[in-house]
Design a protein around this ligand. Structure first.
Ligand code: PLP
Length: 368
C-alpha cells in the first residue's frame, strides 16, 4: 500500500524546540503562588483596569491596527518619534518578525548562552542558525558575542537586563558591542525589564536606536505594566526597520481592549514607580534570604529585574530539584531551567510582600 503524500513543513521547522511557558498549576487544585513567569504580582494600574472595563462595549469594532494613540503616548514618554515605533502582539511578536525580514535560510543569529528562549526559535523560524555566545558568570560578555558573530550573521539579540539571569551590562559595554558590529548586523536590544531601573534608558539603547541605522529596541507591557495577558509590546528603531516591520506584521496585531489598557497604563507612571520600588524592596528580601543560605551552597545572582536566578549545589537537599519540590509542597511555583543549560538553577520571580514571606518560610523549612 502506498502512503499518499502529506504536507511537509520546511526542514528547519523540525529543529525548533517549542517555547515552554512557566508552570501555572499544582496538583490537587490548590491556588499556587505563581513565581514562574516574571509577571507583576501587583497587577496592572487601576487606571488600566478601568480602561479595560470601559472598552468592553466597543469590542465589535476592529482595533486601530497602527496603534496611533499608543505610539503617540509611548513616543511622548520616551522622547521617540511615533512614526518610528511599531506595536505588536507582545514584544515576542516583534522579536520573531525580525529574522523573517533580515535572514535568509542558512544565515545566523547570535544570542547569549543563558538567554531568552524566544531568540533561537525566532532564528529557526526563518531558517537561520542560532549561535550562542558564552557568558561570564551569567553576565553577557561583549567580547564573546563579537567573537561569535560570523560573516553570515544578520542579527545579534541582547536582553538587558537578561532573562533568566537578571544581569545587565552598562551603557559603555552596550556601546562597545554596537561599535564592534558590522553596520549590516542588526543589534536588537530587548529592554523587557528596563522599567525596573530608575534611569529611563538604563543601557542607552533607546538613545542608540534614535541615531544608529542598525539598532532596534523592544519593550513590553507584560512586565512592570502588569498586562501580560493582553499581549502588547513595541519596538523602536531606524525608519527603514520600522517600515519593514509594518510590511510583515499582521494587520491588527493588538486587540482594542489591549490598546485601551496600554494607553491608560503608559499615562500612569506613578503606578510604574510604585511597582519598581516595591519590586526592589521584595527582591532585596529574597536575595538576603538566599544569601543567608550561602553555607548550603545557594547563591543569588545579582538581579536588575523582577526575578532572581538562584544557583544551587548539584545534588542533596539544596539542589534545584529538591528546592523546587519543597516550594511545590508549600504551594509555590518557580522555574527550574535544565532545558536552558541551567539544571543547577532556579529562577524565582519577585512576588508581593506576603508571597516573598512564604518563599522565605519555605526556604527556612529546608534549612531547619
Ligand atoms: C527578555 C524578554 N523579552 C521579551 C519577553 C516577552 O514579552 P512579551 O510578553 O511582550 O511578549 C520576555 C518575557 O518573559 C522576556 O523575558
Amino acid at each position: 500500500m502506498t502512503v499518499p503524500p502529506a504536507p511537509r513543513p520546511n526542514p528547519w521547522i523540525g529543529a525548533i524546540a517549542p517555547y515552554t511557558p512557566g508552570e501555572a498549576k499544582l496538583p490537587g487544585g490548590v491556588e499556587p503562588i505563581k513565581l514562574s513567569s516574571n509577571e507583576n504580582p501587583w497587577g496592572p494600574s487601576p487606571v488600566a483596569i478601568a480602561a479595560i472595563r470601559a472598552h468592553a462595549h466597543g469590542v465589535h469594532r476592529y482595533p486601530d491596527g497602527a496603534a496611533h494613540r499608543l505610539r503617540e503616548r509611548i513616543g511622548f514618554l520616551h522622547g521617540l518619534d511615533p512614526a518610528r515605533i511599531v506595536v505588536g502582539t507582545g514584544s515576542d511578536d516583534i522579536l520573531q518578525l525580525l529574522p523573517l525580514i533580515y535572514c535568509a535560510a542558512g544565515d545566523s543569529v547570535v544570542h547569549v548562552r543563558h538567554g531568552f528562549m524566544v531568540y533561537p526559535i525566532a532564528a529557526r523560524r526563518a531558517g537561520a542558525e542560532p549561535l550562542a555566545a558564552p557568558d561570564r558568570d551569567y553576565v553577557a560578555d561583549v567580547d564573546a558575542i563579537l567573537a561569535t558573530v560570523r560573516t553570515d550573521t544578520r542579527i545579534v539579540y541582547l536582553a538587558n537586563p537578561n532573562n533568566p539571569t537578571g544581569t545587565m551590562i552598562p551603557p559603555a559595554e552596550l556601546a562597545r558591542l554596537h561599535a564592534g558590529l558590522r553596520p549590516d548586523v542588526l543589534l536588537v536590544v530587548d529592554q523587557a525589564y528596563a522599567e525596573y531601573q530608575d534611569d529611563p534608558d538604563p543601557d542607552g539603547a533607546l538613545a542608540l536606536a534614535r541615531t544608529a541605522a542598525n539598532v532596534v529596541v523592544t519593550r513590553t507591557f507584560s512586565k512592570i505594566y502588569g498586562l501580560g495577558g493582553l499581549r502588547v509590546g513595541w519596538g523602536s528603531g531606524p525608519a527603514a526597520v520600522i517600515e519593514a516591520l509594518n510590511r510583515v506584521r499582521t494587520p491588527f496585531p493588538t486587540a482594542s481592549v489591549s490598546l485601551a489598557a496600554a494607553e491608560a497604563a503608559v499615562a500612569d507612571q506613578e503606578w510604574v514607580v510604585r511597582c519598581r520600588e516595591a519590586n526592589r524592596t521584595e527582591r532585596a528580601r529574597l536575595e538576603a534570604a538566599i544569601g543567608a543560605l550561602g553555607n548550603h551552597g545557594l547563591r543569588a545572582v545579582p538581579s536588575a529585574a523582577n526575578f532572581v536566578l538562584v544557583t544551587c549545589p548539584e545534588a542533596g537537599p539544596f539542589s534545584a530539584a529538591a528546592i523546587k519540590a519543597r516550594f511545590e509542597a508549600d504551594g509555590i511555583i518557580v522555574r527550574h531551567l535544565p532545558g536552558q543549560g541551567l539544571p543547577h538553577a532556579l529562577r524565582i520571580s519577585v512576588g508581593t510582600h506576603d508571597e516573598t514571606g512564604r518563599v522565605i518560610e519555605s526556604l527556612a523549612r529546608l534549612a531547619a
